[in-house]
Design a protein around this ligand. Structure first.
Ligand SMILES: *[C@@H]1O[C@H](CO)[C@@H](O)[C@H](O)[C@H]1NC(C)=O
Ligand SMILES: *[C@@H]1O[C@H](CO)[C@@H](O)[C@H](O)[C@H]1NC(C)=O
Ligand SMILES: *[C@@H]1O[C@H](CO)[C@@H](O)[C@H](O)[C@H]1NC(C)=O
Length: 191
């Protein structure tokens, strides 16, 4: 009996993950249950600090222009150019920092007068804790403004009904390669 419970304990210990995956059940029934319980739920305030790695040149860029208008080349704001990104997302600014996912989306030059970009990004988590969860960000970058605040419009998995703000700041930029590391500080509520 004693040995048996020790064996069970040993199995339980070897199976226990270090960081538990928090992804909720994503079946339609479970989503329905989630909403019916929502009136009792308190919003959780979450703060997450992450770094995006833009690789603009080299054999394997993570940001690529995919389309432009006839007039883009002549436009002082590159009006009409569309860039697609699939950047690494890490917990620190270093190349070797722990990877927690990807940032996938588009940057579109959407102003004829002054440079301003439409930004639509999905933060896709692949680390143990948030594996399979996403945060969706939609916003604007105005070149001559220090305002780098973007709305967090929603999320999935662990971040359902996310609503908040991400404050982004260029951590470092290499003028010769165009590579950039951007710090993102998320502040949001979710249920
Ligand atoms: C774009 O430019 C090409 C070549 O100059 C021309 O054939 C084409 O009709 C233009 N397209 C539009 C939508 O203006
Ligand atoms: C463009 O920027 C200039 C200089 O900052 C400003 O005076 C002007 O109002 C801006 N134009 C638009 C359409 O935002
Ligand atoms: C994340 O989920 C995928 C698909 O379910 C799985 O293949 C992968 O091993 C998971 N990663 C971690 C770190 O748990």
């Amino acid at each position: 009996m004693k040995i048996r419970s020790l064996v069970f304990l040993a199995i339980a210990l070897t199976m226990a993950p270090l960081g538990q995956t928090l992804l909720p059940d994503q079946s339609e029934e479970a989503v329905d249950k989630y909403f019916t319980k929502l009136s009792h739920a308190k919003p959780k305030y979450e703060k997450i600090r992450l770094f995006i790695h833009d690789v603009a040149s080299g054999p394997n860029p993570s940001i690529v222009p995919v389309a432009r208008a006839n007039g883009t080349a002549k436009s002082k704001t590159q009006f009409g150019i569309v860039n697609v990104v699939d950047d690494r997302l890490t917990t620190g600014p270093e190349d070797k920092s722990r990877e927690v996912g990807y940032v996938q989306g588009v940057y579109v030059s959407a102003s004829k007068e002054n440079v301003s970009l439409l930004v639509a990004l999905n933060f896709v988590f692949t680390n143990k804790e948030y594996n399979g969860s996403t945060l969706s960000v939609l916003g604007r970058i105005a070149e001559f403004s220090d305002n780098r605040e973007f709305p967090v419009l929603g999320g999935s998995g662990c971040f359902r009904l996310a609503q908040g703000i991400v404050v982004a700041k260029v951590h470092s930029a290499d003028a010769s390669t165009g590579n950039r590391i951007v710090e993102c500080r998320f502040h949001f509520l979710h249920y």
